[in-house]
Design a protein around this ligand. Structure first.
Ligand code: SF4
Length: 78
C-alpha cells in the first residue's frame, strides 16, 4: 500500500537511512517516498520527529504534498 510524507516534513533526514528499500528521497520542499518500491516496513514512521509519515490508505488531501512532489538529484557528499 505504501507510505507517504505530508507537508509537515522538516527535511531533518532521519527517515532517509532507515528505509531498507531506499524508497525515500529528498524532494524540493519535503522528503518523498516512492510508492512503487515502498514495502511498508514502517521503520521511517518510527523515527520521524513530527509524525509526517502516513500509510497511504487514502490519497493525500489537496495541498498536503506527498509522492507527487518531484525528487531532487542527490547532492555530492550527502
Ligand atoms: S523523519 Fe519526518 S521530518 Fe525528518 S525528513 Fe523524514 S519525513 Fe521529514
Amino acid at each position: 500500500m505504501a507510505h507517504w510524507i505530508d507537508k509537515s516534513c522538516t527535511k531533518c533526514g532521519a527517515c532517509l537511512f532507515e528505509c531498507p528499500t531506499g524508497s525515500i528521497v529528498e524532494g524540493r520542499e519535503i522528503y518523498v517516498i516512492d510508492a512503487d518500491t515502498c514495502k511498508d516496513h514502517r521503520s521511517c514512521v518510527m523515527v520521524c520527529p513530527v509524525d509526517a509519515i502516513h500509510l497511504r490508505d487514502r490519497a493525500p488531501a489537496p495541498g498536503q504534498g506527498g509522492a507527487n512532489q518531484q525528487p531532487q538529484k542527490p547532492r555530492p557528499g550527502r
